[in-house]
Design a protein. Structure first.
Length: 222
């Protein structure tokens, strides 16, 4: 048998082909199903997004991570963009649930808005990379209607709060959508500073009450 430069016998070409075939067989023998495969893929994708960023996301790598064939994710996501769309939509769903759980229409305006702002800030801190993806607005046009509906759900809490406060005479009259935009801008601004590390999360939470106070009463001395 001929020797390699290292002095070891060269492996026949047939043996090398067999090895390659075995590797392919092993890859293809991975299970195609994984219970709720879609949820497993999204959970793995969110971990990767949080730890490594969007660029590190790959359907093939996700399949390897959860132990299914590399073709399996294609049943749920045609490409990486479809996966990102699904992640963003799931984020909006969770944000809507978070805000709805924090909203108490029976509260006066200031404590009610403070509770919503704290809930939003908490979500932003815990899901910074996901929130950035949600606001990227680079999603497939085919999903535009889905995103519009989810955005309406999340801002719906703010719209309801503004409308209720106007009915009670707690804030000025005006377009509720515009007033909700002003309010959301302040909330998201603090959340962004916190997620970026400019403001420690604990300090940000203590600032929420003052933020809401100044929003409602202004900065001019009385």
């Amino acid at each position: 048998m001929p020797l390699e430069k290292s002095g070891k016998p060269e492996r026949p070409a047939k043996a090398e082909k067999a090895d390659k075939a075995n590797k392919v067989d092993k890859a293809e023998s991975r299970p195609y199903h994984h219970g709720d495969l879609r949820s497993a893929l999204l959970a793995s994708a969110e971990r990767t997004l949080r730890d490594k960023g969007t660029a590190a996301l790959s359907l093939r790598e996700l399949a390897r991570d959860i132990g299914v064939s590399h073709a399996a994710p294609g049943r749920h996501f045609k490409d990486k963009q479809a996966l990102l769309n699904a992640l963003a939509l799931a984020g909006y769903e969770r944000l809507a649930q978070t805000l709805n759980a924090a909203d108490d229409p029976a509260l006066p305006l200031q404590p009610r808005l403070t509770a919503l702002a704290r809930a939003y800030l908490g979500f932003a801190v815990d899901n910074a990379a996901l929130l950035e993806l949600m606001y990227a607005r680079k999603h497939d046009p085919e999903t535009a209607d889905l995103f519009a509906a989810e955005v309406d759900r999340t801002v719906g809490s703010m719209h309801r709060l503004i409308a209720d406060a106007q009915e009670r005479g707690e804030i000025v009259e005006g377009d509720p959508e515009t007033l909700a935009l002003f309010t959301g801008t302040l909330m998201h601004g603090l959340a962004t500073f916190t997620a970026n590390g400019a403001v420690p999360p604990e300090a940000a939470m203590t600032l929420v009450e003052d933020l809401v106070h100044h929003l409602l009463h202004g900065l001019k001395p009385r």
